[in-house]
Design a protein around this ligand. Structure first.
Ligand code: NAG
Ligand code: NAG
Ligand code: NAG
Ligand code: NAG
Ligand code: NAG
Ligand code: NAG
Ligand code: NAG
Ligand code: NAG
Length: 582
């Protein structure tokens, strides 16, 4: 019995629900799937440049992704990803799979249940397959090469050489270097045909490239070509129909390249020799990381130096809102009354806040500008700077602000911000940024942990199943003992040693003599298992039926109790017993 039990259990454990293999290494054929449980089961492009498969993004959290195969990354988060199907909805590590269905649709299902991502097939079913190319493009196409869908049409945050960037595509940064979900920065063709970078935050959004203070033509950009196409070629030439173009520092060399909108809002071109692990930045949009909007939140300024990197600081009289997330910025520790006589202005040198002007006044004196701000309750301060003109002298400009956002401080910036504060604040009226408290703009590192519901259920299910199975086998085994006992007892009953009531109780069991069983088992020769209390032997009954016969070592109960038990179990279960033996 024992060995029978373990044999069955073994059989169950070696045949889990399983996915099928693709027909070749870079292709997934119709009716097949890739399973999250088999992380070595990947699509690999013909020359091995790219791999596609399930990629861990947290504890029990996986995304279907494409990455550079070389140098072999162990996938504990150091692969260079170029595309993701489900960046915002990672799937569980059990039972999730990407399947090319018989209908031709491509579906990514979470834990064997809900689809989290899908593609509807528009090509024919004729030899339809999903194929990964050496360009890094994952393509669903049929035998005639009709493309139903391709990953190049829906980039994540990376553009590869020869991948067309069009009016229908955009790059969206990830949330952070470790959180791959949709972040705040977007690179796209705007309605006026110009490529732009947008900060699209939870509360505010603003374009920060090209310089929002200039018109497109001032930045050598054209608004007239509505075809809106841009492309990076393999030599490192990026060129767009809006006349924006750049060349990588290593232009012309045969290198692997990728253009990525990084989580910090900067657009960077990376390159490396094929198979050489280290990527180098061969071009970047801005070496001034503080031009990126949305870094530090309201009432704070971004500053940068090579030693400590990018930093956020609260402006005087303000405190940080959320220590783990700078995008919440800082809040004032004072309340401004509306009366103009109660306010004074603090000068913040070389500090600029972009946007949110209620008024913009050229050729204005400082006092005029100051009065404009004092007259409005919602004026938080004003920017006062001289702007170069063709005129012999620079002209002063006044920008009065209702919100202090997108702040940056740079020694190169010629201009100051005048911050409106209550008169009773004993603040020195000439601040430099060194006097603020600076903090590195870094958020704490958390790991995504998906709800493990399905996994636990799955485990619970198997445990439950095994438990019931064990109980079933246990009952079965007890019945085996009972059978043998019953046979022996019948023998005794015949000799009139037991009362009539018990005889009836045991009805339904066939009785064998010890001698008959001894004969059937050929003197207890062929042992087939060991159970509680005795050994089980194989036997052949006189009518040629094969039986398992258990020989009990000793009786632990009185005969009367034993027979009572036989009666109960026998009434309930002996039909099953006979079925099973059959
Ligand atoms: C396109 O850019 C080049 C330099 O990059 C510039 O000389 C030219 O005037 C620009 N054309 C337009 C239409 O802006
Ligand atoms: C727009 O750009 C494309 C690609 O560079 C070019 O073929 C086309 O002639 C341009 N159209 C106009 C109106 O300039
Ligand atoms: C860069 O690419 C553009 C568009 O493909 C092309 O017109 C231009 O000639 C290329 N420049 C060089 C130097 O190859
Ligand atoms: C790998 O790349 C680094 C940085 O570009 C370079 O210094 C190094 O020589 C390269 N190594 C090989 C083996 O190509
Ligand atoms: C700070 O921000 C984090 C991340 O957005 C958030 O989880 C947390 O609740 C915030 N804390 C406070 C005090 O608002
Ligand atoms: C600026 O204002 C002064 C006085 O109001 C005036 O004389 C001067 O011409 C103005 N400059 C410009 C460039 O408008
Ligand atoms: C910012 O965070 C990144 C990743 O968590 C870490 O590598 C880096 O050292 C941090 N920088 C600072 C200045 O703390
Ligand atoms: C990653 O970013 C997404 C989107 O903002 C957020 O919902 C998720 O909680 C983040 N993950 C962690 C671990 O903070």
């Amino acid at each position: 019995m024992g060995s029978f039990f373990s044999l069955l259990v073994l059989f169950l454990t070696i045949s889990p629900p399983h996915s099928c293999s693709p027909t070749s290494q870079n292709t997934l054929s119709i009716g097949f799937s890739l399973s999250v449980e088999d992380l070595d089961h990947l699509l690999i492009s013909p020359k091995g440049k790219f791999s596609a498969g399930f990629y861990p993004v947290g504890n029990n959290a996986y995304c279907f992704a494409i990455w550079f195969t070389q140098p072999s990354c162990s996938r504990d988060r150091d692969c260079v990803l170029v595309w993701m199907a489900n960046r915002d909805v990672p799937v569980n590590g059990r039972l999730s799979k990407l399947s090319l269905l018989k209908t031709g649709n491509l579906v990514l299902t979470d834990a064997g249940r809900s689809p989290v991502w899908s593609v509807t097939n528009t090509a024919s079913l004729f030899s339809l397959r999903l194929e990964l190319y050496d360009s890094g493009n994952l393509v669903l196409h049929d035998l005639n090469g009709i493309i139903s869908w391709q990953s190049f049409d829906s980039p994540t945050d990376t553009l590869l050489p020869q991948q067309l960037f069009t009016r229908n595509t955009q790059l969206i940064s990830s949330r952070s270097s470790w959180n791959f979900s949709t972040g705040f920065y977007k690179f796209y063709f705007d309605n006026d045909n110009v490529l732009r970078l947008l900060y699209d935050g939870p509360e505010i959004s603003s374009v920060f490239w090209p310089d929002p203070g200039s018109l497109p033509w001032e930045e050598q950009r054209s608004t007239y070509n509505s075809s809106r196409i841009a492309m990076l070629d393999s030599l490192g030439n990026f060129s767009s129909t809006d006349n924006f173009t750049f060349f990588s520092a290593d232009y012309g060399e045969k290198l692997q390249r990728r253009l990525k909108l990084d989580f910090d809002g900067n657009l960077r071109l990376y390159s490396r020799e094929e198979g050489n692990g280290s990527w180098v930045i061969s071009w970047q949009l801005s070496s001034q990381p503080c031009i990126v909007h949305g870094i530090c939140g309201p009432n704070s300024v971004c500053s940068y130096d090579h030693r400590s990197g990018r930093m956020c600081s609260c402006i005087p009289g303000h405190n940080i809102v959320n220590h783990t997330d700078w995008s919440y910025g800082c809040e004032p520790e004072f309340k401004l009354s509306c009366s103009s006589s109660d306010a004074i202005f603090l000068k913040l040198r070389h500090v600029e806040f972009y946007g949110y002007d209620f008024g913009f006044y050229p050729n204005t004196t400082f006092d005029e500008c100051r009065n404009k701000c004092l007259q409005r309750c919602d004026c938080k301060g004003f920017q006062f700077k001289f702007i170069k003109h063709d005129h012999p002298s620079d002209i002063p400009y006044c920008f009065a602000k209702t919100l202090l956002l997108n702040g940056q401080r740079s020694p190169n910036f010629e201009g100051d911000l005048y911050l409106k504060v209550p008169k009773e604040r004993q603040l020195s009226d000439d601040w430099t940024v060194d006097e603020f408290n600076s903090f590195i703009c870094n958020s704490t590192h958390n790991v995504i942990e998906l709800e493990r519901k399905y996994v636990i259920n799955h485990k619970a299910w198997s445990v439950k199943f095994l438990l019931w199975f064990a109980i079933g086998v246990g009952v079965f085994e007890i019945l085996g003992i009972i059978l043998v006992w019953a046979l022996l007892l019948r023998n005794q009953l015949n000799r009139g040693e037991i009362t009539q009531g018990y005889v009836q109780a045991a009805t339904g069991f066939k009785r064998f003599t010890y001698a008959a069983l001894k004969k059937a088992t050929r003197n207890f020769k062929e042992e087939i298992g060991k159970g509680a209390g005795g050994i089980v032997y194989k036997g052949k009954l006189s009518d040629d039926r094969v039986a398992a016969i258990k020989r009990l070592n000793e009786a632990h109960q009185g005969e009367a109790e034993f027979l009572a038990e036989v009666s109960t179990i026998g009434k309930v279960n002996h039909m099953n017993l006979i079925d099973m033996w059959g």
